[in-house]
Design a protein around this ligand. Sequence first.
Ligand code: HSE
Length: 440
Amino acid sequence: MVAPLRVGIAGLGTVGAEVVRIIEQQSRTWSVRCGRGVRVVAVTARSRTKKRGIDLRGIDWARNPLAIASDPGVDCFVELMGGAGDPALSAIEAALKSGKSVVTANKALIARHGLRLAKIAEKHGGALNYEAAVGAAIPIVKTLREGLAGTDIDRVYGILNGTCNYILTRMEQEGLSFAECLKDAQRLGYAESNPSFDVDGHDTAQKLAILASLAFGTKVAQSAVYVEGISSIAPEDLRAAAELGYRVKLLGVAVRTKTGIEQRVHPTMVPRSSSIAQVMGVTNAVTIDGVGLSPITLVGPGAGGTATASAVLADIADVARGIHVKPFGRPVAKLRVTRKAPMERHEGGYYIRLMARDLTGTAATIATRLAERKISIESIVQRHPDGSSDTVRANGKSSPVPVILITYATSEDAVRGALQAVQRDKVITGRPQLIRIEKN
Ligand code: HSE
C-alpha cells in the first residue's frame, strides 16, 4: 500500500478553499483513481480567521508559504497565492529545490519565471504542473504537451480572457458601449482588480506565451507577444462585423510563419460560422491547427473557483500517480529561442472603418492609396447617418460618414502605410479603426 500524497497549500482564496473541500469530499475515490490517497496536511493564507466554509481541523496551519515549501512532511506544494514575484516565487523555488513537486495556477509566474523554475524542477526531480494557469478547467496544457506530443502544430489561438469575451458579447447583443460593459464585468467580479490587465490584453498575452512554448517547443517569451486590447472597439464595429458575416473576439494567436513564430493578442474578426465565434460570455476556447488534422477546439470555463480547482486537482492527481512530464514538454535546454515574427510583416485581411469627408473624390483617394500598395478591396460600404448603406458615392455633403472596407490578404505594413497616406490627404477625420481578420 503506497502512502498517501501529502499536500501543502499556500493560498486559501476561492480556488484554494475549493481544492481543500474537494480533496476532503473525494477522500475515498483518490486511492482508486490514483493508486494512492491524497491528504491535505498543511495550509497557510493571509488570514487564519476568515470564514471559508471548509473544515481545517487536523490540518497544520503553517506560519508562511516557505514553511510549507520546506516542510519534509509535505510531498506536493500547491501555490494558489498568485503574483509574479514573492512570496510565490521563492516558495516554489524552495519546494522544488527540496525535491517536492509543485502545482500552481499562477500564469504570471509561469510566463515570467517558468523556464527558470522548470530547470530547478528538472535538476531536483520534482514535477512543476500548471494546468490551471491557462483556460482554468480547459485541459489545454496537457492537450498540447501530452495529447498532441506527436503532432506538428501550425497555429494555436483562442479566447483566453473571459472578461473581454463577456464585454464583447454584451456590446454586440445589447448595443452597449465598452465602458458600460466593463462596469458590469467589474460589478459581477469577472474583471481582475486592475481591469487594464484584462481589457488591454496582458492577461491573454501571458497565457498565449505559455501556449506558444508548448505548441512550438520554444522558450516562453512574453516580450515577443504583440498586444492590443479591446477598449477601442465600438458598437458600430460589432454591428458592421455582423453584417459582413464576422464576429469580433479578443484572440491570442500563435502561428508559425515564414518569418518566425508570430504571437499576437488583438481584437479579431472571426467568421461567424467558426467554432470560436460561437463562444459567448465568460467562456474560454482554444483552437489548435495540427498538421494533417482538422482543427481541434476546446471550450469551457476559463475562470472561477470550481473551474480552476478542477485543473489544480488534475495536476495533483498526476503527482499522486507518479506521472511526470517535463514542464514544457521537453528539457528546458532543448527549447528553442523564439524567432519573433515582426508584426509589420503580418499578413491577413483587414477591416477598416474610416470617418470620411463626404466630398467628391474621397472614395477615389482612399481606393488609390490602397491600390498604390497593392491592397485589394473585398468590399466597401458607406453608411449614411440614417442607418442605410450603399456603395460609396460622393454626394457633395460635407459631414463625415463612416466608410467600412474589408481587404483581401495584405501586409500590416501596407495597410498602415495606406491609412497614413489617407490621413495625410485629409479626406478622413479622426483615427481609422483597424481590426485584423483571422480565417479558420
Ligand atoms: N481575469 C481572467 C479572465 C481570469 O477574465 O479570464 C482568469 O485568468
